[in-house]
Design a protein around this ligand. Structure first.
Ligand code: NAD
Length: 413
């Protein structure tokens, strides 16, 4: 199933409950603007390489649009459109004054040098600089991009428009970034995993966790949950699954990742090395956290999943057919638009600090993040109980209601 079709199905399940008529649904779902640009760079070996860059601006009824930049081979217009729409509902669920957007380029950054990625980032900014800005559309990191890419992006954008660090978030802390931004998505995932499992009567020390993806989000979620006494029995990255039935030594895995030139777990010996797809099907796992790609849990493999709880750290990891099958089996799914909203929340704090020329200490960032995530969780939990719907439908109902209200208040001529 295509990514945008999946988002539309989740949207419709909530819109049905809210009794939104078809014309308004279309207005809420259709992106404001979709931009596709040529990005040409010279590679280190002297050849020219041509790529397509995308930026989809989905909705701005609640504020400037916000969403990550993804460098990954599977990036295309459909996926970018789906992710942009998820950002609209996500910023609304956690009640940030933003709309939704997303962008990316279909490349494999692990096969490019740092100099090539810098040229690519700058060439992309040359093409889209006039449609992004601190009051219009504010990019951030996503898969395959990090604080260094954000710093290059800002530097290139400011060559056209002058000093405005709030044009992008997820910057290095020394370059107007926010303390705690890098850990924020993983911390939010961890905070809500603790809250949800407690609510379901599960005991942390007996709740085994498997995490797919050990990048920014997966590694920070692992650290948070390890510190909270959860046994993390498996993690994976593109080099395979690393398993220990008694719980992995997460600090050791983190040291290995940071020492590896590409940040991978390759060569880690103090765990059993299993194939990539083994992680989803492990027998003795209570919580599964997909923290890599979208579309990884489908009707084909949903029956192999033994976890009782799925926390969607990645965007769109469970497709609608799998979602229905897992729901029927009593699996609780914490949806992406709530579970991974910690990143955009601290991006908002970064934007606020940039605009005020003021810096918050890490304690304040963490305190405000925890408060925002907990408050959003409670609202979603109550909505689900009141309407007897899944946490996903409840989260969409809250997000869509807020966007609908803003759209109607602004006036639909
Ligand atoms: P990242 O590039 O830092 O890490 C991705 C990780 O996934 C890497 O460890 C990579 O090796 C691994 N991976 C890739 N394909 C895999 C596969 N088939 N099986 C197992 N592992 C695989 O990316 P990230 O920033 O951590 O983002 C991960 C997910 O979280 C994405 O879906 C992203 O949209 C979502 N997300 C990220 C943020 C953020 O702040 N970075 C915020 C919200 C949502």
């Amino acid at each position: 199933m295509k990514a945008f079709e999946a988002t539309r199905i989740f949207f419709d399940q909530a819109a049905d409950r809210l009794e939104i008529d078809p014309d308004l649904r279309e207005a809420l779902l259709m992106p404001q603007r979709e931009v596709q640009v040529q990005v040409t760079i010279r590679l280190d070996d002297g050849r020219l390489a041509n790529y397509i860059g995308f930026r989809v601006q989905h909705d701005h009824s609640r504020g400037p649009m916000k969403g990550g930049l993804r460098f990954h081979p599977e990036v295309d217009l459909d996926e970018t459109r789906a992710l942009a729409s998820l950002m609209t509902w996500k910023t609304a669920v956690v009640d940030l004054p933003y709309g939704g957007a997303k962008g990316g380029i279909g490349i494999d950054p692990s096969k490019m040098s740092s100099a090539e990625i810098e040229r690519l980032t700058r060439a992309f900014v040359d093409q889209i600089h006039d449609i992004v800005g601190p009051d219009t559309d504010i990019p951030a990191p996503d898969m395959g991009t990090d604080h260094q890419v954000m710093a290059w992006f800002r530097n290139q954008w400011e060559k056209y428009h002058g000093f405005h660090p709030a044009v992008i978030t997820g910057k290095p802390v020394e370059e107007y970034g926010a303390k705690g931004r890098e850990e924020a998505t993983g911390r939010g995932v961890g905070t809500l995993t603790v809250k949800l499992t407690k609510r379901l009567g599960m005991d942390a020390s007996k709740t085994r966790v498997a995490i797919q993806g050990f990048g920014n989000v997966g590694s920070h979620a692992a650290k948070f949950l390890h510190d909270a006494q959860f046994p993390i029995v498996a993690v994976s990255d593109i080099t395979g699954t690393y398993y220990n039935a008694d719980g992995l030594n997460i600090p050791e895995l983190l040291r290995h990742k940071f020492a590896h030139p590409k940040g991978l777990l390759e060569g880690f010996e103090r765990a059993e090395h299993l194939p990539l797809d083994a992680l989803l099907k492990l027998d003795h796992v209570e919580v599964l956290i997909p923290a890599a790609l979208g579309g990884v849990i489908t009707q084909k493999n949903a029956q192999d999943i033994n976890a009782k709880v799925i926390v969607e750290a990645a965007n769109g990891p469970v497709d609608p057919d799998a979602d229905a099958a897992l729901h029927d089996r009593g699996v609780t799914i914490l949806p992406d638009i709530l579970a991974n909203a910690g990143g955009v929340t601290v991006s908002y704090f970064e934007w606020v600090q940039n605009r005020q020329h003021y810096r918050w200490p890490l304690d304040r960032v963490r305190q405000e993040l925890d408060h925002t995530m907990n408050a959003a969780f409670e609202k979603v939990w109550q909505m689900a109980a009141q309407h007897e719907v899944s946490l996903r439908t409840a989260a969409y109902m809250i997000g869509i209601s807020r966007v609908r209200r803003a759209t109607e208040l602004a006036g639909l001529a």
